[in-house]
Design a protein around this ligand. Structure first.
Ligand SMILES: [Zn+2]
Length: 460
């Protein structure tokens, strides 16, 4: 097997984990960074955010961003603070969502550092935020936006293009064409039939594919999500209770609004007041509302669904909704109960069995959401323990990532299969399982599980 001396890939994150996505592509010694994500979750991983990249930041010519999730964009402000001055390319919707997400992330980090200093958690020195709101503003100035399918000439040897990945609004795969290779970065690959967006683009060919493997070992449940949601709403309504739904601001909130609107207009549920009590959820929803052409629904339905909820951004208003115990449906962040306004609802209403807490997304290890799902009878927040007496329900079928079957279905669409596939963005067992399956189905493809920080030459 001949390998190229011109093109190689180095994985600076998301190699054997699902966060910290950063892939360095080198062409004739020139460097392009694809995604620049934050490590999240376990402390061991989060510590990596404080370690400098193994290359000088100013040796990177360009950054290409697949989408606005923090595990793909959340390290960008560190990059700019450390001296990166080049462009950051992405789609228009990705830029707008990234701005919202990075500002929120910086605010949390500034508050955490401030709290740590106030309570002197850190014995030796002053706690510093990983980055500040100021760093985010400087980062956003570097953005250059593009439409899907628009080829961008980077230099004489390299051009690139964003293609719809159907994962969240604006999310893309990125195709890079060099003299020697057509390289495709899947980014986070969406479902075969997303609820709001157009399905991921079917690709015809690539020499090298960098493929995510978040759900490389699993199949999503086939349950009817709308039906399940209806059941939980009716059950809570019968109890005259409050339905509390912790949600992620981007995509999941909008999907729920779509489902709630659908149930409401078909009179499948009674007219219960719905509140979106999440400034970040509201800001993200406004971005979704601005891009009706990226939705796979009529403008009429889009307008209707985004009017289904009362938007609560003001803190005083939020307090009065929290204190009112009339039946209602509340969507509030954060999605795993790690902070945000949902905690105020839990503080007031988790104690009563007539109310329901409904999980609609993945709950990470070590989060309050995971503890409750695993049967914890009390959880701690606001400096106190709170009893979990409300009903606990969970809908598992909502996901923005293709499962194993959907990944393979998408790969089957290639008329000419890649020669090399690098599996990133998956836990070890997930990418192992996907490799085994790919080896079985496509024995001619070289499937690689990249290790961090090692340069991998591309096959010629
Ligand atoms: Zn994502």
């Amino acid at each position: 097997m001949k390998t190229s001396i011109q093109d190689n890939l180095t994985f600076l994150g998301a190699a054997g984990t699902v966060t910290g996505s950063k892939t360095l592509f080198e062409n004739n010694g020139k460097r392009i960074l694809i995604d620049c994500g934050l490590f999240q979750g376990l402390k061991e991983l989060r510590k990596l955010n404080w370690v400098n990249l193994p290359i000088p930041v100013d040796s990177i010519e360009t950054v290409l961003l697949t989408h606005a999730h923090l595990d793909h964009c959340g390290y960008l402000p560190v990059l700019t603070r450390n001296g990166y001055k080049g462009p950051i390319h992405c789609t228009k919707a990705t830029k707008e969502l990234t701005n919202i997400i990075l500002l929120d992330s910086a605010k949390i980090q500034e508050e955490d550092a401030e709290r740590a200093n106030r309570h002197s958690y850190t014995r030796h020195k002053e706690a510093k935020p990983l980055y500040t709101i100021e760093d985010v503003h400087r980062t956003m100035d570097l953005f250059i936006t593009h439409d899907y399918n628009e080829w961008v000439i980077h230099n004489n040897d390299v051009k690139f293009c964003f293609k719809n990945s159907g994962h969240i609004l604006g999310a893309s795969m990125i195709e890079i064409q060099t003299d020697e290779h057509k390289i495709l970065f899947s980014g986070d690959l969406g479902r075969r039939d997303p609820m709001l967006l157009y399905p991921r683009k079917v690709m015809k060919d690539a020499d090298v594919l960098i493929l995510e493997s978040t759900y490389g070992d699993r199949l999503h449940s086939e349950e009817n999500i709308k039906h399940e949601l209806r059941e939980v709403i009716l059950e809570t309504y019968k109890n005259r209770g409050i339905l509390m739904i912790p949600t992620f601001a981007v995509e999941r909130t909008q999907e729920l609004m779509f489902l709630l609107n659908d149930l409401m207009v078909t009179e499948s549920i009674p007219k219960i007041p719905i509140y979106l009590d999440s400034p970040m959820g509201i800001n993200s929803t406004n971005v979704y509302d601005k891009y009706p052409d990226l939705h796979n629904h009529s403008r009429y339905v889009i307008k209707q669904m985004y009017e289904i909820a009362h938007y609560v951004s003001d803190y005083q208003q939020s307090r009065s909704v929290v204190q009112d115990s009339k039946p209602k449906i509340v969507l509030a962040g954060s999605g795993m109960l790690e902070g945000g306004r949902i905690l105020h609802y839990l503080n007031n209403h988790m104690n009563s069995p007539k109310n329901t807490l409904l999980f609609v997304g993945y709950q990470g290890v070590g989060t309050r959401g995971r503890a409750i799902l695993e049967g914890a009878k009390e959880i701690k927040f606001f400096g106190q323990y709170h009893k979990v007496n409300c009903q606990i329900r969970s809908i598992t079928g909502l996901s923005g990532h293709a499962d194993q079957e959907e990944i393979i279905e998408w790969l089957n669409g290639f008329r000419k299969k890649p020669k090399q596939i690098f599996l990133n963005h998956g836990e070890p067992h997930q990418r192992d399982a996907l490799r085994t399956k790919l080896n079985f189905l496509f024995p001619e493809i070289d499937v690689i599980l990249p290790e961090p920080y090692i340069p991998y030459p591309l096959i010629e």
